[in-house]
Design a protein around this ligand. Structure first.
Ligand code: CTP
Length: 425
């Protein structure tokens, strides 16, 4: 990002018509699979990585070999799958665990079983996967999965706690749900869509957890203001930017609270975000105000509707009555961001967003002054590779003292990391 001071009133943003590069494209990713039934989800995840242009090699523990097909993984990764019997082959010129460890630029360890966790944390290299992990210096995304009681057992708790201090590791604890052992509780491996997102975050930002110990409240998505039971006023926001910002913060260690309108995103992306779904701006206001006192920062990413009915209608209007209803009976939605700024606790930092068309910066400056937030990210929604729904965006970041930073077109997750660094500063 380029930052311009007061003198330069119109920092230039060159619009881009080509999508920014995928951070996973061309990367060498080692997928380590250990003995949990969640291993059956890995072939499709490997396929997704290959489709994004990653080079993938898989290593299975002996237990994983019994749960998932090595032939499927070899086929989907376009590489031979590494099994326990492959270690110490008389045909290999170098020890396989060292060769794999040095080859990997990123490691996805999923599912991570209680046994492989214990081997890794205690420095035991008695399987091909365990010795590869010990020899590997690349960043590792480790997604645990096991039975609820195993996860709660003191030994696993202690090992998981120890893993938190490994400097190259991004640990993802299991989610709650129905487990294959018919237990309902914590133990499910994080959703594969979330693993892809976390791996992209690891490629962009590494495993650094600079938001540890801090709370962030995020709003995302559109609001939906009903006109009658069949119609509403809303906008094309999908919630992608807000949810990516929330997940990026969570992966950087933040305790995140998410308040969101109707989303068009993979459901797994909401895991770990303490999410509350709302429909209208009034519901969003209530949910945000209730959570605001407990956090150190707020990111108001939601595309809040501008108007709502003064009197909601509970019967469907016919076409004639609709014309009349569209012309009258609306009131402006109060400015939630301005209210959050006005009522914020001491020291809380607030980031606003501005969706603009045309000459963005002058309009964004007026909006920034009106809202009173610490930072405002203004994006040109009428440009290619920016705006609602897509994978990328670009824009200007306005800060105190008339500071303006230019963010050229980048993946929304990369922009999210940049905004989090600015918000944490
Ligand atoms: N916002 C809000 N409450 C509203 C409208 C917007 O909190 N009723 C917040 C958005 O979440 C965003 C910022 O204000 O962080 C700017 O939103 P935007 O839609 O760009 O601007 P508006 O305030 O709606 O102004 P205009 O429609 O005139 O551009």
């Amino acid at each position: 990002m380029r930052t311009e001071g007061q003198g330069l009133l119109q920092p230039h943003l060159a619009p881009s018509s080509t999508p920014p590069a995928d951070p996973l494209c061309g990367r060498r990713i080692l997928v380590g699979i250990s003995g949990s039934i969640a291993a059956v989800k890995l072939p499709l995840l490997v396929s997704a990585l290959v489709q994004r242009g990653a080079e993938v090699r898989c290593v299975l523990t002996p237990s994983a070999e019994r749960l998932v097909s090595a032939a499927s993984l070899a086929c989907l990764s376009r590489q031979p799958c590494c099994l326990e019997a492959d270690q110490w082959s008389h045909r290999a010129p170098r020890p396989l665990h060292v060769e794999l460890a040095e080859w990997a630029e990123l490691v996805l360890l999923a599912p991570l079983s209680a046994t492989t966790l214990a081997r890794w944390v205690h420095g035991l290299g008695d399987t091909l996967l365990a010795s590869t992990l010990l020899a590997c210096e690349a960043p590792v995304l480790a997604a645990a999965a096991m039975n609820t009681s195993m996860w709660a057992s003191p030994g696993v708790r202690a090992n998981w706690q120890a893993l938190q201090s490994f400097p190259t590791v991004l640990p993802l604890g299991p989610e709650s749900g129905l487990l294959a052992c018919d237990r309902q509780g914590q133990g499910r491996m994080a959703d594969p869509e979330l693993l892809l997102l976390a791996l992209e975050s690891l490629a962009l930002w590494g495993p650094k957890r600079d938001w540890q110990g801090r709370g962030l409240l995020v709003s995302a998505g559109p609001t939906r203001e009903p006109l009658d039971p069949a119609r509403c006023l809303t906008n094309p926001s999908t919630g992608r930017m807000g949810v990516l910002l929330a997940q990026a913060a969570r992966l950087r260690g933040a305790r995140v609270e998410l308040v969101h309108g109707p989303l068009a995103l993979p459901a797994g992306w909401l895991e770990g975000l303490n999410a509350e779904a709302v429909l209208t701006a009034a519901e969003m206001r209530q949910a945000l105000l209730a959570r605001q006192p407990g956090v150190q920062a707020v990111a108001m990413v939601a595309a809040v509707a501008d108007h709502r009915r003064s009197q909601p209608l509970d019967t469907k209007l016919d076409k004639q009555a609709l014309e009349q209803a569209l012309a009258s009976g609306w009131e402006p939605v109060p400015d939630l961001l301005a209210e959050l700024v006005h009522g914020r606790p001491r020291g809380q930092r607030i980031l606003g967003f501005a969706a603009q068309t045309g000459d963005v910066l002058p309009q964004a400056r007026v909006k920034f002054a009106r809202k009173g937030c610490d930072l405002l990210f203004a994006n040109p929604i009428d440009q290619p590779q920016a705006g609602f729904g897509g994978h990328s965006t670009s824009g200007w970041l306005l800060g105190p003292g008339d500071q303006v930073g230019v963010l050229p077109t980048a993946r929304k997750l990369a922009v999210a990391h940049h905004l989090l660094s600015a918000l944490a500063a």
